[in-house]
Write a protein that binds this ligand. Structure first.
Ligand code: AMP
Ligand code: GLY
Length: 424
């Protein structure tokens, strides 16, 4: 069969690598893709938001199955566009992708269906938000309602910071229309875990857990980024946490969406915080995490097409997800200066060192081919270096070893990805 993947990051490279392993797939296309994806798929120069062009391409090229990797097109309704054209596509429709697209929606859903999450208020008027904050307990968390590249969350320690945050989100519109509404949320503490799941509208199957490192600098300092590295599984995702979430979070979310007439098919990503009062949902995403996918998918034993097709067909309960009994760590190689300002266009060398090395992956995120046909840096997060190991410590040592194999000017990484493993 012929498969089209929509997106251009490390996550889509990891998806493409899994699809390439499927015995059912003859040809992979990726729109728009990147230099690394281009080695296993044919990259097509169509943007992820160009729905008409994507649909036309899928029809002309008789694509059998399309996988949407990114949040923006999902929230914008790309799945609806494919379905209207009679094409088979993996991902939630627009009315279900709102689970990620609006934090106010997701908070109201959790409240209505008693899914554990932080207490909150929603505001569409900055004056009312400011009045509320005058009497609120600090620290407090401000969240732009809409999509903001993972950057629309402000943790404010003082009333002054909170006031400045309201101005940034609602008045200066730093995150654009994402800040038309704002959620003000109780501050929680605890370890974070990312749990990805496959959902077929009715049933849900959980993938192996992971942990992301969102801040730019070692020791969780610096600005929030899309994610600087991940490990899987998380040793903090215990059997007790799993049992709690199976009872109160996972199926409850799928049922809540169905009860609202917003049947969810695709991947639900549960961002959990393990608080003293038990696990609570920090956020939902309507797609694989990036770079969570880079440590979870290489460990999945199932044929990804079988699983994704079962989600679309509503037959997920007929299969069992299986993961290797090992671990993986991904260290992101970024352009120095990310997530603020950075140079790009530098040649990347050394990727040939990964050839023939089982369990090592050089996933491309922000890369491109220059006019001379050389692979160059083309974004903030450049590569995701993933390695497996028998356990987390071995995987971490392997991943850091492999970060030395590739070079580019401006190469920056965190040196403490997976440090929490030592505390487990
Ligand atoms: P989100 O995009 O909602 O996951 O938020 C981004 C990051 O902000 C999370 O991964 C947490 O580290 C932090 N965060 C979000 N909500 C809260 C909260 N209620 N309490 C403490 N930290 C939070
Ligand atoms: N790594 C976090 C995310 O994909 O949203």
């Amino acid at each position: 069969m012929k498969v089209l993947i929509v997106g251009s990051g490390g996550r889509e490279h990891a998806i493409a690598a899994s699809v390439a392993k499927s015995s059912r797939v003859d040809k992979i296309y990726c729109a728009p893709g990147n230099a690394g994806i281009g080695k296993i798929a044919e990259c097509v120069n169509i943007g992820a938001m160009e729905f008409d062009k994507l649909v036309a391409f899928a029809k002309e090229n008789e694509i059998d199955f399309t996988i949407i990797g990114m949040d923006d097109p999902l929230v914008g309704g790309v799945v609806d566009a494919f379905e209207e054209a009679g094409l088979k596509v993996f991902g939630p429709r627009k009315n279900a992708a709102i689970l990620e697209g609006s934090k106010a929606f997701s908070k109201d859903l959790m409240k209505k269906y008693n899914i554990p999450t932080a207490g909150y208020e929603t505001f569409d008027d900055p004056k009312k938000a400011l009045a509320y904050l005058e009497t609120a307990k600090m620290p407090i968390v401000l969240k732009a309602d809409g999509l903001a590249l993972g950057k629309g969350v402000l943790i404010c320690n003082t009333l002054e910071e909170a006031k400045a945050g309201v101005k940034e989100i609602m008045e200066d519109k730093k995150f654009g229309s994402a800040g038309n509404n704002m959620v003000v949320e109780e501050f929680m503490t605890g370890r974070e875990v990312s749990v990805l799941s496959f959902v077929d509208g009715k049933s849900i199957q959980i993938m192996s857990s992971a942990q992301d490192h969102k801040r730019a600098k070692d020791g969780d300092q610096g600005l929030n980024t899309g994610g600087m590295g991940t490990f899987s599984p998380s040793p903090f995702y215990t059997a007790e946490v799993d049992e709690f979430c199976k009872k109160y979070v996972y199926q409850a979310t799928v049922d809540a969406m169905a009860a609202e007439g917003r049947e969810f098919k695709g991947v639900i990503f549960f961002g959990l915080m393990l608080t003293e009062e038990g696990p609570k949902v920090l956020e939902y995403n309507a797609r694989f995490g990036d770079p969570e996918a880079q440590v979870v998918l290489p460990r999945m034993k199932n044929d990804i097409i079988d699983v994704m097709e079962a989600c679309v067909d509503g037959t997920l309960d007929q299969l069992t997800l299986e993961f290797e009994d090992n671990a993986a760590v991904c260290v992101v190689l970024a352009s120095d200066g990310y997530p603020v300002a950075y140079e790009k266009g530098f040649e990347i060398t050394g990727e040939e060192n990964f050839a023939g090395k089982d369990g090592y992956y050089c996933f491309h995120a922000g890369t491109a081919l220059n006019e001379a046909g050389k692979v160059v840096t083309n974004g903030g997060r450049v590569l995701g270096i993933t390695a497996k190991g028998n356990d987390l410590k071995e995987a971490r040592a392997n991943a850091y070893e492999a970060t030395k194999w590739v070079s580019f000017e401006n190469k920056y990484m965190r040196n403490d990805i997976g440090k929490a493993i030592d505390e487990a």
